[in-house]
Design a protein around this ligand. Sequence first.
Ligand code: DGD
Ligand code: CLA
Ligand code: CLA
Ligand code: PID
Ligand code: PID
Ligand code: PID
Ligand code: PID
Ligand code: PID
Length: 312
Amino acid sequence: DEIGDAAKKLGDASYSFAKEVDWNNGIFLQAPGKFQPLQALKAIDKMIEMGAAADPKLLKEAAEAHHKAIGSISGPNGVTSRADWDAVNAALGRVVASVPKAKVMAVYDSVKDITDPKVPAYMKSLVNGPDAEKAYQAFLEFKDVVAKNQVTTASAPAVVPSGDKIGEAAKALSDASYPFIKDIDWLSDIYLKPLTGKTAPETLKAIDKMIVMGAKMDGNLLKAAAEAHHKAIGSIDANGVTSAADYEAVNAALGRLVASVPKSTVMDVYNSMAKVVDSTVTNNMFSKVNPLDAMAAAKGFYTFKDVVEASQ
Ligand code: DGD
Ligand code: CLA
Ligand code: CLA
Ligand code: PID
Ligand code: PID
Ligand code: PID
Ligand code: PID
Ligand code: PID
């Protein structure tokens, strides 16, 4: 397709730049400016809306392209192969083309709002400047091809299941865990802290398992889960806590999503995360909430998971 051909040209002009970026740099975990969680949540909400509007099949293919790209990483900077670099760009270009332009620009504008204007120049200072300019020039040509192939209306909203066992179980889970949810400091910057003693390649392995799970999920249920998160963000209070009803809808949506993939795919995520998150993290989280609320929530979760497993 045209976007695939354009991605090859983009690769010709941007792979030198890609090789110069230190993808293992811990700086990419930091907020791109002042830490403003509620503003950042707005930007993430725009990404969720864009994801929910995208063609689920193209999202799946983009996730698969990333998984493949992780498999061809080489060298100290963590760069993927030339072919996989092109394939990722092509896949993301197609995702962008599957949503109306305004949804893409809403992401750009909201991310701009939380990005210190000095950040792009600083990023450029870490690589060979002319290679960055060449890459950007090619991106501008690429985006014209994407725009030419872009839809003008979003894909249809998801079909949300109702009256199912997981939906019922989500009510019990949510009643049992909402007090715990209210204890959590959702606006803390602790969630952006590096995992001590873990390197980027080690962490990326666990993320790869999530990408694999995402690629296997039912596209309609993934879209429904994204829509439920968007709605939940719309009902948060000053502490970032969503309403009880929206929290329940998120749990139901995620339970159905988990049930749409094999158990071993879910356990691969759990086991790989357990390797990079040590008990000091979980103990620290536990120390910040009411222990009785956390126990009740955990009990609710372990009951819920049996219902999910039964429909898996
Ligand atoms: C950049 C953008 C990259 C900066 C990286 C910041 C993004 C951080 C994202 C953090 C998200 C947090 C949530 C993630 C999840 C966390 C979970 C815990 O370097 C601009 C200005 C605005 C920059 C900020 C906006 C960036 C938007 C990026 C898209 C968002 C993606 C979302 C990522 C999230 C994760 C995804 C899963 O646009 O951008 C560089 C540009 O900066 C440079 O400015 C441009 C001007 O916009 C343009 O008008 C023009 O002036 C250009 O061009 C210069 O500079 C000139 C000529 O006109 C060209 O023809 C050409 O010759 C060129 O020069 C060659 O040099
Ligand atoms: Mg990504 C984008 C890393 C998985 C879907 N992703 C980005 C970039 C960053 C990144 C490079 C955001 C920061 C930025 O804009 O820098 N993703 C990244 C990693 C992983 C991952 C490390 C781990 C596996 N992503 C992943 C998965 C999905 C996505 C699984 C779902 C399928 N990701 C996704 C989308 C987008 C990203 C939809 C974006 O739009 C965003 C992005 O790249 O925006 C431009 C700048 C970007 C780069 C350095 C890489 C692109 C290089 C271009 C082609 C040329 C360079 C131009 C110039 C020098 C700088 C960019 C300017 C900008 C205004 C366009
Ligand atoms: Mg998430 C999970 C935040 C958008 C899809 N998501 C998580 C949690 C964290 C979170 C609370 C990971 C950390 C963890 O396990 O803590 N998501 C979060 C935010 C946003 C967001 C802030 C922003 C809008 N998510 C989002 C979107 C999608 C997803 C758009 C795609 C539709 N998310 C998604 C999935 C999963 C998450 C599929 C998970 O599996 C993971 C998760 O919750 O795993 C358990 C612990 C979890 C909580 C504090 C909240 C859940 C409470 C449960 C139901 C009861 C508590 C049990 C116990 C006390 C603690 C957990 C024990 C553990 C062994 C299970
Ligand atoms: C400027 C000035 C003009 C010239 C110009 C110019 C530049 C404009 C630009 C630009 C626009 C622009 C847009 C970009 C948009 C990036 C969007 C990224 C979206 C990320 C998402 C992440 C996610 C997911 C995902 C799917 C999940 C939801 C999420 C489901 C169903 C200034 C040059 C024209 C870069 C969507 C993918 C996993 C949230 O206009 O003179 O330079 O860049 O998890 O969905 O699960
Ligand atoms: C524009 C203007 C509007 C019209 C428009 C428009 C276009 C927007 C577009 C577009 C946005 C867009 C985004 C793209 C982003 C591509 C990002 C590619 C990233 C590739 C990576 C590869 C890799 C790896 C990997 C992980 C490793 C690092 C690597 C570690 C730690 C402008 C059309 C709406 C194409 C990250 C995955 C293996 C490098 O808005 O008017 O057209 O395209 O090895 O991580 O090692
Ligand atoms: C400038 C002027 C214009 C011309 C121009 C210009 C240059 C702009 C530039 C540039 C922008 C730019 C951006 C870059 C962005 C790279 C983003 C990489 C993200 C990598 C990640 C990696 C990771 C992980 C991971 C998970 C870990 C955390 C991490 C945990 C818990 C100035 C040329 C346009 C290079 C996210 C995945 C392993 C961080 O604009 O005139 O030159 O470069 O380790 O999670 O540990
Ligand atoms: C233990 C001991 C036994 C008893 C037991 C026990 C516990 C097991 C447990 C547990 C397993 C478990 C699993 C959990 C799994 C969570 C999975 C989360 C996945 C997240 C994803 C994120 C993403 C996306 C997304 C889609 C994108 C890709 C991504 C596309 C196409 C120990 C109790 C049985 C909690 C997939 C969603 C946006 C990456 O076994 O005696 O306690 O918890 O962006 O894909 O866009
Ligand atoms: C298990 C054992 C195997 C069988 C199995 C199994 C099950 C795994 C499961 C499962 C995993 C799973 C995960 C679920 C996670 C639910 C997470 C809910 C999160 C809700 C949030 C709500 C919110 C917001 C929001 C953003 C705000 C904060 C909030 C800020 C900054 C165990 C079946 C495979 C259900 C985060 C979105 C508005 C709170 O593996 O043998 O069954 O379910 O307001 O952010 O303010």
